[in-house]
Design a protein around this ligand. Structure first.
Ligand code: ASP
Length: 345
């Protein structure tokens, strides 16, 4: 709750490695009780913020994250939006990029910071990266200039870097630096100082928050590989209720030109299924005008996903099908930047 003039941050604790401590008796790692947070990180007190919390019960490994949990997080933010200056979501790192992408679409007109963080080592371990990630995330969520939040968007803070949530991918399972944003520069770099890069950060629009938590999960992904069989592609496209298929293509959006492959995609597009072309390369953009293989895809109605990550593409499709009725509008929005998730110029 907003306590007078003190900056208030709501910490939403969903689970993941960060929330683990060693049980004093058994030595086994177990999720920490949020009431003990000041015991775990005594320097939090020095920040002089009011820190509220909402805990998932039970807390989850983020491999079990799903759109219902995304809706819970969005709902908690909506209910507490006026009472808090910013939000920190403690989350397992495995699916953090998906959750950050989903929240960016669900939280329309977001004008306050929503910072996701976690850690590679549990908070209860001596060498943990969680303590710094957590404290700095709170500082970032609390940062204001002229009474306006410095980062009014969904971002991931991990190991010295603040990255736009829907541009981020987890790329390393062991390094403290586990995330990167190959196609968009960092929002802030953290060392002795937190150096914000205002030119990279979304501007507040001062409109009222609108939460769109309906997500349609009738989508799928096909990662191409040399030798992929007709049966595999056909089986996926015949999935009951399928509304959109992300194809992870080669390089700048290229795919085989074999007749059976193109025919299957063409028939799917004709039947109303959206096919979104996303590159298997982490950096760079889909350009379906560059090679004949790309042009052929464009001609049969495949949509170029530009430089979107697969994580953001999934979240965007779920969000669009959950909130729009017209396939024409969905097609149009897929090539527009709704929350800074793609580069359009
Ligand atoms: N499996 C854990 C999770 O994603 C890993 C982590 O937190 O980093 O919940």
């Amino acid at each position: 709750m907003n306590s007078g003039s003190k900056t208030s941050i709501l910490v939403i604790y969903t689970g993941g490695t960060i929330g683990m401590i060693k049980d004093a008796e058994t030595g086994v790692l177990k999720p920490f009780n949020f009431d003990n947070i000041y015991q775990q990180i005594p320097m939090l007190k020095l920040l002089d913020y009011h820190i509220g919390n909402y805990c998932f019960d039970p807390v989850i490994d983020s491999s079990n994250m799903n759109p219902k949990f995304w809706a819970t997080i969005a709902d908690v933010i909506e209910k507490n939006y006026e009472s808090y200056d910013g939000f920190v979501v403690l989350h397992g790192s495995d699916t953090m990029a998906y959750t950050a992408s989903a929240l960016s679409f669900m939280l329309e007109n977001l004008n306050k910071p929503v910072i996701l963080t976690g850690s590679q080592l549990p908070l209860g371990m001596i060498r943990t990266d969680g303590r710094e990630n957590f404290i700095t995330s709170i500082e970032i969520a609390a940062a204001r200039v002229d009474d306006t939040p410095v980062v009014p968007e969904v971002a991931i803070y991990f190991e010295n870097q603040l990255l736009r949530g829907n541009r981020t991918i987890k790329y390393n399972a062991e390094n403290f630096q586990a995330f990167k944003s190959p196609n968009y520069p960092s929002l802030a770099d953290v060392g002795v100082y937190i150096k914000y890069h205002p030119a990279n950060i979304r501007k507040p629009n001062f409109k009222n928050l609108k939460v769109n938590s309906r997500m349609d999960t009738n989508i799928s992904i096909l990662r191409l590989f040399p030798g992929i069989s007709e049966n595999t592609v056909k089986a996926l496209l015949q999935t009951e209720g399928l509304k959109a298929l992300i194809i992870e293509t080669y390089g700048s959006g290229n795919a085989p030109t074999e007749a059976w492959f193109l025919k299957l995609l063409e028939n799917a597009v004709k039947s109303g299924i959206i096919i979104l072309n996303v590159s298997q390369c982490q950096g760079g953009s889909v350009d379906m005008d560059k090679y004949q293989t790309g042009v052929t895809l464009r001609n049969i109605g495949v949509i170029g996903g530009k430089d979107i990550t697969t994580e953001a593409a999934i979240a965007k499709l779920m969000y669009l099908f959950g909130n729009e009725n017209s396939v024409g509008i969905i097609r149009e929005k897929l090539t527009s930047s709704l929350r800074g998730e793609i580069t359009t110029i």
